[in-house]
Design a protein around this ligand. Structure first.
Ligand code: ZN
Ligand code: ZN
Length: 249
């Protein structure tokens, strides 16, 4: 499985692009979230945006979804022909229809490929992947996802603090991408480094933790905390950069 970060920034971070990642497994390409600034990194060179098979939206905030009109426009301009799936919580199709109506009225009707919507709050099978969901603590309903790719499990939190539901979902992950907004104290609806470390202390097989969506002013402090914690339990903790790419096996 290959994991590429298109962006790693928090909601209003102009430098690190909005948090979005691309998961590739067995020839299938799944993008997770597509914010207003997720398409500007070198993801374009590495993985041909127009060839992504599916997009999963964790929730509907702009920093996770406002890149979608441009993504569909890129696919249309390049005359993509094979179907594209947009997946997410119940209500995703209605949200995307509304977004596209505001952004580019008429584009959805003129796409040269079939647009498929897959909605669930529980689980979806998508090509070679099984996606399972649980709700985090965030001002807007956010469904964290566990991506089962053969024997490997990759969790991606989207936004929000852990809940009993997301802990249960993510506890057997090998790899975890998690929002980490602040160093010590959770601000309402967001995760913080210290409580996150306490929560994942009980995750038996977690090997690598990727911290994203970090508030810009906290990034250096959290980087230092991550270095101090990295030796513990053989867990590797990373603060990835935009366009960084990891082979997960
Ligand atoms: Zn966000
Ligand atoms: Zn959000």
């Amino acid at each position: 499985m290959k994991l590429t970060f298109a962006g790693v920034g928090a909601a209003f971070d102009p430098l690190l692009y909005t948090t979005s990642s691309l998961v590739e497994h067995a020839g299938f390409r799944l993008m997770v979230d597509c914010g207003y600034a997720s398409l500007g990194s070198s993801l374009e060179c590495d993985s041909q945006l127009s060839e992504i098979d599916a997009l999963y939206l964790t929730h509907f905030h702009a920093d996770h979804t406002f890149g979608l009109p441009a993504l569909l426009g890129i696919m249309a301009e390049r005359k993509r022909t094979h179907p594209f799936s947009i997946c997410g919580q119940n209500g995703t199709e209605a949200y995307v229809q509304k977004l596209m109506q505001v952004a580019y009225p008429g584009l959805l009707k003129n796409l040269p490929f079939r647009l498929l919507f897959r909605e669930s709050d529980i689980a979806l099978e998508l090509g070679p992947l099984l996606l399972e969901f649980a709700r985090s603590l965030h001002p807007m309903k956010n469904m964290s996802v566990k991506i089962n790719a053969g024997p490997l499990k990759l969790g991606i939190s989207g936004d929000g603090a852990m809940t009993d539901e997301t802990k249960l979902l993510l506890s057997d992950c090998d790899f975890l991408v998690h929002e980490c907004y602040s160093p010590t104290e959770r601000i309402p609806g967001h995760e913080a480094f210290q409580p996150l470390m306490s929560e994942i202390a009980h995750f038996g097989g977690l090997r690598e933790l990727f911290l994203v969506h970090v508030f810009p002013d906290h990034r250096e402090v959290i980087r230092q905390m991550a270095i101090k914690n990295s030796d513990r339990d053989n867990l590797i903790i990373r603060l990835p950069e935009p366009s960084s790419c990891f082979s997960l096996s």
